[in-house]
Design a protein around this ligand. Structure first.
Ligand code: NIG
Ligand code: FE
Length: 411
C-alpha cells in the first residue's frame, strides 16, 4: 500500500536516522520542509522532499495537503488510561476547598479507584479503557504507555496488566506497559507499608514477569506514599526481571527520588513539579529523560514543572498527559503542548520536540517513532488548514486534527 501526501504546507520534524533525544539548546530547533511531499509504503515513511523534487510514481492513494501540516503523531509516554469509573466527586470536593492530599488522607484518591477497579470485571474494564484509547487516538496520539496501579492486589494488578496486553494486541499503535503496583497503600495495608512492599516484590513482580505483562516498573516516590528506600528496593528487584524503571517523583516534595532513579538507570523520571538544584544536577550526563505533565498541574492547581530550568541546564525534556481519574482526567496531547508553551515558557519548537522525539525516547521508541525519518513508522497527524505550526499551541483548546494515520492507515 502506497500513500502519497502532496502540497504539504509544512512537513515537521525531519530528522536523520539515529537521533534519539534532544537536549538543551537542541530543543529550540524544529526542522521543517515547506511545500513538501511524503510517501508511505507498507506502513513506513519511505521518502519525502520538496514539491519540486516530486517525480511521477504509482500510488494507491494521494492526499492533497494544501494549507495543512503533516507531522509525527504525538507520543504519550505516561498514562493510566486503564481505570474503572471516575472520581468526579473528588473533583467537586476540591472545588469546595479540600486539597488532593486531604482527599487522600480521608480515604479517597488512588485507593478509591482501586476499590472500583477490583469490583469491575476484566471485560468491562477493557471496554472502558478502549473508549479512552480510541478517544486519544482521534486527538493525535499514535504511541502510548499505560500503567497499572489501580489494582493494589495481586489479582487486580494482573487484571489491569492483562487489559493493557489486550489493547496492545488489538490496536496497531505501540502500547507500552508499566507495572505500578507501588502506586499507593491499599486500605488493608494502610499502616503496613513494609508488608505491602513485600507483597509487591515477592508476589506481584514474579507473576508480572512470568506472564510477561510489563516492560517497565514504576513507583510513586513521595511523602505519604513510598520512600526512597522502597524505591531502591523495588528498582533493584525489578531489574532482576528485566524491568526498566520509569518513576513518579518530585510531584509534591523533593525527597531524593531522582538520585535513586538515576542510580538505577531509569529511562524516565516523571512529574518533577518540585525541583531543587541538586535534582537538576543529578540528571546531568545521564540517560534518564525528565518528563513533565502540565495538564496534571492545571487540574490540581499545583506548580508546573520548571521546564526552563531543566532545558537551560542542557537537559532534555519530554511531555505527556498523565491521563488518569484523579489528577488528570484528560488525554489531550494538543492541550499539553499548549500548556507547555503558555505555563512553562517552552517555545512551540521545544514543546513539539518534547511531545515527539523526546517522548519516543521515554518509551523506548526512538528507533521507530517520533520523527519524519525514512524507515520509521508512518504514524502521522495531518492537521486541518492552519497558518503555521506555531498556531497549534497558540490556539489552545482546539485540536486542529484533520486525520490521524497509524502505520500508514487512516484511523
Ligand atoms: O500521576 N501521582 C500519582 N499518580 C497519579 C494520580 C493518581 C490518582 O490520583 O489517581 C499521577 O498524578
Ligand atoms: Fe501518573
Amino acid at each position: 500500500m502506497k500513500l502519497l501526501f502532496k502540497n504539504i504546507q509544512e512537513l515537521l520534524q525531519i530528522r536523520e536516522k539515529g537521533i534519539t533525544k534532544l537536549s538543551g539548546a537542541e530543543m529550540k530547533e524544529l526542522p521543517v520542509i515547506k511545500n513538501a511531499w511524503l510517501l508511505t509504503e507498507d506502513g513506513k515513511i519511505s521518502d519525502f522532499g520538496k514539491m519540486e523534487s516530486l517525480s511521477n510514481f504509482d500510488v494507491d492513494e494521494t492526499i492533497d495537503a494544501t494549507g495543512k501540516i503533516l507531522m509525527p503523531g504525538w507520543i504519550d509516554s505516561h498514562t493510566h488510561i486503564v481505570y474503572a469509573g471516575n472520581r468526579e466527586q473528588e473533583f467537586v470536593d476540591r472545588i469546595k476547598g479540600l486539597t488532593y492530599e486531604e482527599i487522600a488522607n480521608k480515604g479517597g484518591g488512588i485507593p478509591n479507584s482501586a476499590e472500583k477497579l477490583q469490583n469491575t470485571s476484566e471485560e468491562e474494564l477493557y471496554e472502558q479503557s478502549v473508549a479512552r484509547l480510541e478517544e486519544v487516538i482521534t486527538m493525535g496520539t499514535t504511541a502510548i504507555e499505560i500503567k497499572s496501579g489501580y489494582g493494589l492486589t495481586t489479582e487486580a494488578e494482573l487484571k489491569m496488566l492483562r487489559v493493557i496486553k489486550k489493547l496492545k494486541e488489538n490496536y496497531d499503535l505501540p502500547v507500552k506497559s508499566t507495572f505500578l503496583g507501588a502506586h499507593a497503600l491499599p486500605k488493608e495495608y494502610r499502616n503496613n507499608r513494609e508488608g505491602y512492599m513485600k507483597l509487591i516484590i515477592d508476589e506481584m513482580l514474579p507473576k508480572v514477569a512470568k506472564e510477561n505483562l510489563a516492560e517497565y516498573v514504576d513507583i510513586f516516590c513521595e511523602k505519604g506514599y513510598f520512600t526512597v528506600e522502597d524505591t531502591k528496593n523495588l528498582l533493584s528487584a525489578a531489574r532482576k526481571y528485566g524491568l526498566t524503571p520509569k518513576i513518579h517523583v518530585n510531584q509534591f516534595n523533593a525527597i531524593g527520588g531522582i538520585q535513586a532513579a538515576v542510580e538505577h538507570e531509569a529511562l524516565s523520571v516523571d512529574h518533577l513539579e518540585v525541583m531543587n538544584p541538586e535534582d537538576l544536577e543529578a540528571l546531568k550526563g545521564t540517560q534518564t529523560m525528565p518528563v513533565a505533565l502540565p495538564s496534571c498541574s492545571l487540574f490540581l492547581g499545583i506548580p508546573y514543572t520548571p521546564a526552563r530550568d531543566i532545558i537551560d541546564k542542557g537537559l532534555p525534556l519530554a511531555l505527556a498527559t498523565d491521563y488518569n481519574p484523579g489528577s488528570t482526567p484528560s488525554g489531550n496531547m494538543n492541550l499539553v503542548v499548549s500548556l507547555a508553551c503558555i505555563k512553562m515558557n517552552m517555545t512551540p519548537e521545544e514543546a513539539i520536540n518534547a511531545a515527539t522525539v523526546n517522548a519516543a525516547y521515554a518509551i523506548g521508541l526512538s528507533e521507530s517513532h517520533g520523527s519524519i525519518t525514512k524507515g520509521k513508522a508512518a504514524n502521522l497527524i495531518l492537521t486541518d488548514k492552519v497558518p503555521s505550526y506555531g498556531f497549534l499551541p497558540y490556539s489552545f483548546g482546539a485540536n486542529h486534527i484533520d486525520s490521524v494515520f497509524i502505520n500508514g492507515k487512516r484511523v
